[in-house]
Each structure stands twice: as structure tokens, then as C-alpha cells.
Design a protein around this ligand. Structure first.
Ligand code: NAP
Length: 339
């Protein structure tokens, strides 16, 4: 495998900021992944595993180690009585897979349309949107275990999926490298229309999977949450802050006007976007070359040629403002690399 040196990482990310990788390798097979980790161990070098780059912020200093870009591809469909097992390589483009499955009238991904990134990223944060999440369809995740240097197959239960969480980003963070994912989709299934935005758009009609996908993409486009090279509002890492899950008493202190949604253990989820706007950060707010998207207050965007430093300065300003006004510490959603 070719190990390159001093490769700029910005172009491998949707936010388009950050410095270079000291070493850089592209893994096209499972053997490549194993070889790359062997090389890193022999050279006592840290590793960062790069997927679609849609949820990361790379520092201006870059990453002083080996970046392994996951390019494992291949999609297989296995027919069963009422469902189809879909096995996809971690490097496959997520939305291309969602599109093919919707085209084949397989239900389970329709609400997850238009999401940037790769298949390998989906189990990590249990990607979800518009009332659907990948934990509903994942059967198993094939991984390289960095601890034992072996390839293992983890069942859905072993992944411990929760809201935007799994063992991959919680208890076993940095232990596993996702190689491929097996999903189980329902043949000729109904689309999942549970989310308010979808219910409103469809009213009493019974949409097809394709119509659902099209509407989800339309809603995401309106919020610049579909990557479009021509729209600087989409030059982002998606939602930059998590929606805080807090005790009811904290929501009560903020006031009755704050939107709240029931969450686990009697807590409530508050939209981070609401807090950010009420703390004075409106859509289109700018700080140097960083800004808040004109179409979505949860997205920090690279307006033009921003540095990672400018992105972080805006993130900190927003966190400070929200904390001072509401006493809530907003947590960031993207992964920070080389900070
Ligand atoms: P939105 O639709 O403006 O909603 C903002 C927040 O309100 C979200 O936390 C959402 O919960 C919650 N919410 C809205 N209606 C709800 C209901 N009926 N019951 C419970 N909670 C409700 O969100 P957005 O920022 O534009 O994002 C659109 C969708 O993409 C959302 O589903 C969001 O979660 C998802 N998304 C996912 C990721 C990710 O997987 N990492 C990143 C960005 C956005 P939910 O989060 O449960 O939907």
C-alpha cells in the first residue's frame, strides 16, 4: 500500500478547513486496513480513520500521524422471504446506497436520504433523521478490532445503539474500524412517516418510498443540509451542536416557550437551534470567515477560505453565549482532529 506524506486534509472534509496529514493511506480492502495499522504500529504513529469527512473538523496544524482513508466498496443484496439483506462496504457513499435501496422498493432508509458521508459512519453515531435511525435496520457491523488486531462481527445488540450513540463513539471509542455493515430492509415496505415535517407535507396521502425520499431531500435542501458546491451554506459539518437532553426542571427554568420533546429517563430534549437563536446568534451571523448558515442555525459554515481557528472561535462564542443566557453547556457533534 502506498503511504503518502503531507497530504492536505481540507478537501476530504465537507467543512473544507484544516492542515495536512503527516502520512496518508487509502484502504481499498480489509487487508489494506490491517496493513496500514501494522505500518503505524511499526512506525509508532498515531492513526486517524477518515470516512466521508462530513462530521469532522481538522485543526490548522493538521494531523501528525497516519490518516487512513476508508475506500472499501461493494454492495450485495441477498433476498429473503419478506426482506433483503444489504451488505455494504464502509467506504460506499451513504446517499447513493439509500437511493438504490429506495429504487428497489426496500424500506428502511427513505428518511435517511440526502445525508452526506459514508456507510462506515452510520453505525458510529447511529445516524438518524426524520424519525428513522440506522439501528432499526442494522443486523451486524464487521470491524477491525484495533485491540486484538482481528476482524470481528458485532451484532446489533452488541453495538448498544441509543440516540446518536453506540459503543463506537461511547464505551469502545477508537477501538473498532468499521469495514462493512449488514442492513435488513423490508421488501415493498411502507415509508416511515412519523416526523412532524413529513406528516405536514404529506397530509392524508400515502406516499411511496421514492416520494418520501424526494421530500426529505427537499426539506434538507431548504436547510442547506445537502452538499452543494455552489452553496456556501452547505460547506459545513452538518449540525455542529447536539440537542441537549436535560432535566425537566432545567427546561422549566428556561420557560414555557422553549420547545421540548420527551426523552429517556423522564428527561426532555431541547432543540439547540432554539437556544442558539435566543442567545442572539441568528442565521447568517458571521465572525470572520466563519458563520452560521443562513438556512440553519445549527450549522457552522466556512463562508470562504476559513481557518479551523475561525470555526472554533465561533463555536466558542456560541457556547459562551448560550451558557451565559441559559446555563446550558452545548456539546459539539463533530469529531475534532489534531486539536
Ligand atoms: P429539526 O427537524 O429542526 O428538529 C430539531 C430538534 O427537535 C431535533 O432534536 C428533533 O429530534 C426534535 N424534534 C422535532 N420534532 C420532534 C418530535 N415530534 N418528537 C421528538 N423530537 C422532535 O431538526 P434538524 O436539525 O433540521 O434536523 C433534521 C433531522 O436530521 C432531525 O431528525 C435531526 O435529528 C437529524 N439530524 C441527525 C444528525 C445525526 O444523525 N448526526 C445530524 C443532524 C441532523 P430528532 O433529533 O429526534 O429528530
Amino acid at each position: 500500500m502506498d503511504i503518502k506524506e503531507n497530504i492536505s486534509l481540507a478537501r476530504f472534509t465537507t467543512l473544507r478547513v484544516g492542515g495536512t496529514a503527516r502520512f496518508f493511506a487509502e484502504a481499498r480492502t480489509e487487508a489494506d486496513v490491517i496493513e496500514a495499522f501494522g505500518w503505524a504500529r511499526a512506525n509508532e504513529t498515531e492513526v486517524f480513520v477518515l470516512g466521508g469527512g462530513s462530521n469532522i473538523v481538522v485543526s490548522d496544524a493538521g494531523f501528525d500521524g497516519l490518516v487512513i482513508k476508508i475506500r472499501l466498496t461493494g454492495v450485495a443484496f441477498e433476498e429473503e422471504a419478506n426482506s433483503v439483506r444489504v451488505t455494504a462496504g464502509a467506504g460506499e457513499d451513504w446517499d447513493a446506497l439509500a437511493a438504490v435501496c429506495v429504487e428497489k422498493k426496500l424500506a428502511g432508509f427513505e428518511c435517511l436520504s440526502g445525508i452526506p458521508g459514508t456507510v462506515g459512519g452510520t453505525p458510529v453515531q447511529n445516524v438518524g433523521a426524520y424519525g428513522q435511525e440506522v439501528s432499526e435496520t442494522i443486523v451486524s457491523v464487521r470491524c477491525f478490532d484495533r485491540r486484538s488486531s482481528e476482524v470481528v462481527e458485532l451484532s446489533n445488540t452488541e453495538c448498544s445503539f441509543a440516540y446518536r450513540k453506540s459503543i463506537f463513539n461511547m464505551t469502545e471509542r477508537e477501538r473498532y474500524v468499521v469495514l462493512s455493515v449488514v442492513y435488513n430492509l423490508v421488501k415493498n415496505g411502507e415509508p416511515k412517516i412519523v416526523y412532524k415535517d413529513l406528516k405536514e407535507r404529506f397530509g392524508k396521502s400515502e406516499p411511496t418510498l421514492k416520494e418520501t425520499r424526494d421530500v426529505v431531500i427537499r426539506i434538507r435542501k431548504e436547510k442547506a443540509m445537502v452538499i452543494d458546491e455552489a452553496d456556501p451554506n452547505s460547506r459545513s459539518a452538518g449540525s455542529f451542536f447536539k440537542n441537549p437532553i436535560v432535566d425537566v426542571s432545567i427546561a422549566d427554568e428556561i420557560g414555557r416557550e422553549v420547545p421540548r420533546f420527551p426523552s429517556a429517563e423522564g428527561k426532555v430534549k431541547i432543540p439547540a437551534a432554539w437556544l442558539i437563536e435566543r442567545a442572539g446568534f441568528h442565521k447568517g451571523f458571521a465572525l470572520g470567515n466563519a458563520g452560521i448558515s443562513e438556512k440553519h442555525s445549527l450549522a457552522i459554515v466556512n463562508r470562504r477560505g476559513a481557518t479551523a481557528g475561525e470555526i472554533v472561535a465561533l463555536k466558542e462564542l456560541i457556547q459562551k453565549g448560550v451558557f451565559e443566557k441559559f446555563g446550558i453547556a452545548l456539546e459539539t457533534e463533530p469529531v475534532f482532529v489534531g486539536f
